[in-house]
Design a protein around this ligand. Structure first.
Ligand SMILES: [Zn+2]
Ligand SMILES: [Zn+2]
Length: 265
């Protein structure tokens, strides 16, 4: 059983391909499930350059996902999902927006520290004007709060802050433990996201150091490619599977209408 729980499409304006092309690639490589989890709309036209409009969600994204589920139901299970943003101050809006549709799951991702989109290559210079240890501390504080807010099912790319290769100079063990204790309490899963291998850091998101902590706490895992082009669906899943064997007892979480269950890979 293999499921890719993190994919995008052209609607977010920084990915190629239609939803159907992602589904077709998943079928071609033999996945059992694909989660369509494009970047969520956000209130007040926040960072529209990297996400669909709310109108597009209602008029295109949602109806397309539902019709693809029907069209391909004999070949693959398609999950209706979103990659949400944890952005302090938007929680009430997000809660209301998410309650209006029957999502299978919602990934909770931290892409912003204040107004800084720290994973956007355009703003990478900001790493050099800030203290790297403070950036990491602030980042994990956001991850912890994204778990505590109760809005999401899966922690997305939980160590995204390393994307461009910046590393803390102090020991993060205590902060990591505090963060993932909160994740454990939330009942959420954490994803193994293979896209880190395709980024300057050239390392899977959810490092082995963190996976060891997750395994110790018994935190469940999902796998996602974070594909922004259809042929990246399922990319490097052989490596992800090895990590699931090593740190997740060979099991991944799957979600239906926001209920989690576990399956062996
Ligand atoms: Zn994206
Ligand atoms: Zn993301």
């Amino acid at each position: 059983m293999l499921a890719d729980y993190h994919t995008h499409n052209y609607l977010c304006k920084h990915a190629d391909g239609t939803l159907e092309e992602y589904v077709q690639h998943a079928i071609k490589i033999g996945l059992n499930e694909i989660g369509l989890s494009d970047h969520t709309p956000m209130p007040n036209n926040w960072d529209l350059a990297v996400r669909m409009l709310e109108d597009q969600f209602w008029n295109e994204y949602k109806p397309t996902v539902l019709s693809l589920q029907e069209k391909y139901k004999k070949q693959i299970t398609i999950k209706f999902a979103l990659e949400g943003d944890f952005f302090p101050g938007t929680e009430q809006w997000v809660k209301e927006f998410n309650s209006k549709s029957d999502f299978d799951y919602i990934i909770g991702s931290v892409h912003y520290l204040g107004t800084w989109g720290f994973d956007d290559p355009q703003f990478v210079a900001n790493y050099d004007v800030k203290d790297v240890n403070e950036i990491y501390t602030d980042y994990y504080d956001h991850i912890k709060r994204s778990a505590q807010c109760g809005l999401f099912d899966i922690i997305g790319h939980c160590d995204l802050v390393k994307k461009f290769g910046h590393r803390p100079t102090k020991d993060m063990e205590e902060i990591l433990r505090e963060t993932f204790k909160a994740v454990k309490t939330s009942g959420m899963s954490v994803e193994i996201n293979t896209s880190g291998l395709r980024k300057p850091v050239k390392e899977m998101y959810t490092s082995e150091k963190i996976l060891k902590i997750l395994s110790e706490y018994g935190i469940p895992l999902t796998i996602g490619s974070d594909a922004h082009t259809p042929t990246d669906v399922g990319r490097d899943f052989d490596l992800a599977k090895q990590l699931v064997e090593k740190y997740g007892k060979g099991k991944i979480s799957i979600y239906t209408k926001r209920q989690r269950s576990e399956v062996s890979i």
